[in-house]
Ligand binder design. Structure first.
Ligand code: BES
Ligand code: ZN
Ligand code: ZN
Length: 477
């Protein structure tokens, strides 16, 4: 299910005509102008007029074009407009705006992202599917390339949401690998899937330990996108946590209902896997490699147990003191695996800790790592631009002391405090390159509808990492 998006001549009509305006003085119809001016005095921003089976919706977007936050206001306006589209059961919607391309794109993005539905498991899917299928952009101010880019990004977010919303009964680790392969099948992306045998031969002890309690095998997916015109010789490497379901293992999740949405624990894999889709579909000149270690985490017969000592892919040993701190076990193996590529930068994304959610709530994602200040500020700027805001946590050496083990090189949990940071410090142990870790636990899953992010799988990270790659491409030119 995707919304068709085309730029068209002014004359064609749609079920709902949306007119985005900055100031009412520019509206030529005198009667409309008077009505709108009256409303503006009462702080009204949306004006719906309908005659017969045609309707028009005037929306004022009088925001400061220099502020990144204005783009978010436009996306939210798009999300609000979607509710009108639904009320009218409109099939086609036209949007006109001839004064600001960025506002038009952001508004359209908000509208398109709001139109996502996940109906795979509904018997009455046909009935429940909304009729909205087409957007006509009535403007000369938007380039074909921008339209194509928007389509790719929205499709990528849809893919990511589908993956997160899929339950474990379908999306096992092997299926996650297959789905990633399918998503990239028409693109210039090489997909390699390692099965359990291969993972064993690579001695990925962390991934295998988490998988021990499961009856389903693990998987490890490598996506390589190497365009001829790449601006970088050393790859940009993405790593995503692919825990397709997290029960906590033998350290079973304690809180009532805390397991209900743990199918979202592959949100990091969905974010980086689908950002890769957008990067390749938009043909960004950035050489990228994306790694997705995947398994479920269960307390089955042979499950790894608190007290176990695991030899990781790197050769380091880890004392497991909580089997619910499983994400870092498989990410550690993937981060060590990444060393062979001599990456310019490694970005990992993971729904890693409840502590990240407790630190900053659902307003952004936590970032920490060893990349230089220039890269961090690029990432921060990207975050503001797409409104997947990035909050950097302290990453002082002293936090590392909290991971000291009596018996092994390191243990897999810190103390009662700074849980998001000690998780990051654990990962750092397995890196030797510029690296940024994103704990997206806070935003991977929405408990209530949040504008165009909707409810359930949000697809967070896709737009952020696409934007980061695009900015890297620009900065290297
Ligand atoms: N998958 C969870 C983190 C999580 C929490 C994701 C809420 C999404 C929403 C992770 O594997 C986990 O269980 N982390 C533990 C770590 C602890 C045992 C050190 C946590 O945060 O409680
Ligand atoms: Zn866990
Ligand atoms: Zn987890």
């Amino acid at each position: 299910m995707q919304i068709k998006l085309t730029r068209i001549a002014q004359k064609k009509t749609a079920d709902l005509e949306i007119v985005l305006f900055k100031e009412a003085s520019k509206i030529s119809d005198k009667k409309l102008k008077a009505l709108i001016n009256q409303g503006i005095k009462k702080d009204q921003k949306y004006f719906l007029f309908s005659t017969g089976d045609k309707a028009s919706l005037y929306i004022q977007l009088n925001f400061d074009s220099k502020k990144a936050h204005s783009l978010e206001k436009c996306r939210l306006a798009g999300s609000e407009a979607f509710d009108t589209v639904m009320k009218l059961r409109a099939k086609t919607v036209s949007i006109s705006n001839n004064w600001n391309e960025s506002f038009l794109i952001a508004f359209t993005e908000g509208l398109m992202l709001s139109a996502y539905q996940f109906l795979k498991y509904k018997k009455e899917a046909k009935k429940l599917k909304h009729p909205f299928t087409e957007i006509l952009l009535k403007t000369t101010e938007i380039t074909k390339a921008s339209i194509e880019e928007l389509k790719h990004v929205v499709t990528a977010v849809y893919h990511a949401r589908n993956l997160v919303n899929e339950p474990l009964s379908f999306l096992t680790a092997v299926q996650l690998a297959k789905s990633l392969k399918q998503i990239h099948s028409k693109l210039n992306v090489k997909v390699e899937i390692f099965n359990k045998k291969k993972i064993e031969s690579l001695k990925m002890g962390g991934l295998l330990a988490v998988n021990k309690g499961s009856v389903d095998p693990p998987s490890f997916t490598v996506l390589t996108y190497k365009p001829k015109n790449a601006v970088n010789k050393k790859p940009l490497v993405f790593v995503g946590k692919g825990v397709v379901y997290d029960t906590g293992g033998l350290s079973l999740k304690p809180t009532a209902n805390s397991m209900d949405h743990m199918k979202c624990d592959m949100g990091g894999a969905a974010a980086v896997g689908c950002a890769t889709y957008a990067i390749a579909a938009a043909k960004l000149p950035v050489y990228t490699i994306t790694l997705v270690p995947a398994t479920d985490n269960r307390p089955g017969g042979n499950a790894y147990a608190p007290g176990d000592v695991i030899t990781m892919h790197s050769g380091s040993t880890v004392e497991v003191l909580n089997t619910d701190a499983e994400g870092r076990m498989l990410l550690a193996d993937a981060l060590h695996f990444a060393k062979q590529f001599k990456p310019m930068l490694v970005i990992d994304a993971a729904t890693l800790t409840g502590a990240a959610l407790r630190s900053i709530g659902q307003q952004g994602v936590c970032m920490m790592g060893t990349a230089d200040e220039k890269m961090k500020s690029l990432v921060r700027e990207a975050g503001y631009h797409v409104h997947e805001r990035v909050a950097e946590l302290p990453f002082w050496d002293e936090y590392e002391d909290m991971l000291k083990s009596d018996i092994a090189d390191i243990k897999n949990i810190g103390g009662a405090f700074a849980g998001a940071i000690t998780a990051g410090k654990f990962l750092q142990h397995f890196t030797d390159y510029p690296w940024l870790h994103f704990d997206i636990a806070a935003m991977g899953w929405m408990y209530q509808r949040d504008g165009y992010r909707l409810k359930n799988g949000s697809g967070v990270g896709v737009r952020l990492f696409y934007k980061v790659a695009k900015m890297i491409a620009k900065s290297k030119k």
